[in-house]
Write a protein that binds this ligand. Structure first.
Ligand SMILES: *Cc1c(COP(=O)(O)O)cnc(C)c1O
Length: 418
C-alpha cells in the first residue's frame, strides 16, 4: 500500500522521561553483586539493602481475605466495581483508628483508599499546577523527584544529579536530621517522617514550623507517613493532622505496606481534607478534595474488595496485636543493628522509630566505597546513601526488614572483619 503521508508517522515520546538519570542505584547494586558472585560462587550474601518486608502476612488479614473470597463466590456476596474512593466500612475504621483516636479531625469522606502510596504520591501531581515551586529533602525517596521530572516540572539534572527547578533541603548529621525551612519561597513541600532513608523523625514542634510556614506562604505539604507505625516515642506525631492548622495545608499518604506486610498485597490511602484550597490561574479558590475525587473517579477503579477486607482486619483486635508484633520484630532487628554497629565505633542514626539504620561511613569512605567494602569483606549488601541524593554521600542504609538470623549473622560478619 502506498502511504498518503510524505513522511512516516512517528510516535513522539514524553521527552521529560529522557531527562531522568538512568535508574542508577538498584541496577548498579545488582551489577556489583553479580560481579562479586561470579568470582565467589559459593558465598551466601546477606541482603540488608531492600526496602521490602520479609515476615508473612498477619493471620487476621489472611482470614479476612479468605472469607471475602468465599463471599465473592456467592450470588449475594459477589462484589463488582466498588466505590473508587474505597468502601465506607474501611474509610470509617481508618478515620476512627488512625486519626480521630489521636484527636485529628479527619472524616471518612476525606480518606481515599488506593493500591499504594507510591502511586498516590506521584499521582497527586495530576491535580496540581505546573508553576509550583517544589521542595524535596536530600536524601529523598526517589519517587517524589522522578515523578516531578516525568511530569515536566523540572529542568535537566546538573551537578550532583540535582534537577534544575527543584529546591533540595539537606537532612544530614550537620543539621541533626532536622529539615530547615527553605530560604527561597516554595509552594509544594514533600516531607516523609519517619524518614526513608535516614530513619529520622520529626517532633511536633518541628512539624509545627512547617505547618506555620505552609499557612503563611499558602503552600501545600505532601506528608508521607508510611512508617508511622514504627514510632516508639508517644510524644512523636504519627500524623501531620496532630498539628493545628494542618487540615488547611497538608495532604497525608499512608500505606499498609510496612505495618501490615502489604507490599505484595497492595493497599494504602491518602487523606485530602475538605478545607484544603488551591488557586486556579485566574486566582479563584478551588478545593483540592473535589479535584482528587474527580481524578480518582476517572483514572482509578478502586482496590479489590478482598484486599480492602484484608486492610479492614488490620484494625480488628487480632489485627492490631499482630501488626504491633510485626513492627516490634523489625524494631528489634533495628536495635540489634544499631547496637552492634555502635559498639564497633560507627556513627549510627535512625533505627529507633523507623526500620532503617543510617550509618555514617567511617574514615570518610564514600558511599560506594563502603558498599564494596561490606560486600567484599562481610558479604553483606546494603544501600549507598548517595543513591538517595547528593547529601546522602558518606552515608549508608541498612534495612531491618529481614529474618532475625540474617540480621544476627550480618552483624557478626561486619563486627568480625572490622
Ligand atoms: C515503602 C514506602 C511507601 C509505601 O509505598 P506503597 O506503594 O504503599 O507500597 C511509601 N513511602 C515511602 C517513603 C516508602 O518507603
Amino acid at each position: 500500500m502506498i502511504s498518503i503521508y510524505a513522511f512516516p508517522v512517528v510516535v513522539q515520546v514524553n521527552g521529560n522521561y529522557l531527562k531522568l538519570q538512568a535508574g542508577y542505584l538498584f541496577p548498579e547494586i545488582a551489577r556489583r553483586v553479580n560481579t562479586f558472585l561470579e568470582v565467589n560462587q559459593n558465598v551466601e550474601l546477606i541482603r540488608l539493602g531492600i526496602g521490602d518486608v520479609t515476615e508473612p502476612l498477619p493471620l487476621a488479614c489472611r482470614t479476612a481475605m479468605k472469607s471475602a473470597i468465599d463471599e465473592m463466590g456467592t450470588e449475594s456476596g459477589f462484589h463488582g466495581y466498588g466505590p473508587e474512593q474505597g468502601y465506607t466500612w474501611l474509610r470509617e475504621v481508618i478515620a476512627k483508628n488512625d486519626f480521630q483516636s489521636r484527636g485529628c479531625d479527619i472524616s471518612p469522606e476525606e480518606i481515599f483508599v488506593s493500591d499504594g502510596s507510591k502511586c498516590d504520591s506521584s499521582n497527586i501531581l495530576d491535580i496540581l499546577g505546573e508553576g509550583n515551586r517544589i521542595a524535596v529533602t536530600d536524601p529523598v525517596y526517589p519517587v517524589y523527584v522522578d515523578s516531578n521530572v516525568m511530569s515536566g516540572r523540572t529542568g535537566h539534572a546538573g551537578d550532583l544529579g540535582r534537577y534544575q527547578g527543584l529546591s533540595y533541603l539537606p537532612i544530614t548529621a550537620e543539621n541533626n536530621f532536622v529539615v530547615d525551612l527553605p530560604d527561597q519561597p516554595v509552594d509544594l513541600i514533600y516531607l516523609c517522617f519517619p524518614n526513608n532513608p535516614t530513619g529520622a523523625v520529626a517532633s511536633k514542634s518541628q512539624l509545627k514550623c512547617w505547618v506555620d510556614y505552609a499557612l503563611e506562604h499558602k503552600a501545600l505539604i505532601l506528608f508521607d507517613a508510611a512508617y508511622e507505625a514504627f514510632i516508639q516515642d508517644p510524644e512523636l506525631p504519627h500524623s501531620i493532622y496532630e498539628i493545628d492548622g494542618a487540615r488547611e495545608c497538608a495532604i497525608e499518604f499512608r500505606s499498609f505496606s510496612k505495618n501490615a506486610g502489604f507490599t505484595g498485597t497492595r493497599c494504602a490511602f491518602t487523606v485530602v481534607p475538605k478545607v484544603l484550597k488551591g488557586n486556579a490561574i485566574d486566582g479563584d479558590e478551588v478545593d483540592l478534595w473535589s479535584l482528587w475525587n474527580r481524578r480518582q473517579s476517572t483514572k482509578f477503579n478502586g482496590v479489590s474488595y478482598i484486599v480492602q477486607r484484608g486492610a479492614e482486619a488490620v484494625y480488628s483486635l487480632e489485627g492490631k496485636a499482630q501488626t504491633t508484633s510485626l513492627v516490634e520484630f523489625y524494631m528489634k532487628n533495628a536495635a540489634i543493628i544499631r547496637n552492634k554497629l555502635s559498639a564497633i565505633g560507627l556513627d549510627v542514626f535512625g533505627g529507633e522509630h523507623a526500620p532503617y539504620v543510617w550509618i555514617k561511613t567511617p574514615n570518610d569512605i564514600d558511599s560506594w566505597g563502603f558498599f564494596d567494602l561490606l560486600l567484599n569483606c562481610a558479604h553483606v549488601v546494603g544501600t549507598p546513601g548517595s543513591g538517595f541524593g547528593a547529601s546522602g554521600e558518606g552515608y549508608f542504609r541498612l534495612s531491618a526488614f529481614n529474618s532475625r538470623s540474617n540480621v544476627e549473622s550480618a552483624m557478626k560478619r561486619i563486627t568480625q572483619f572490622s
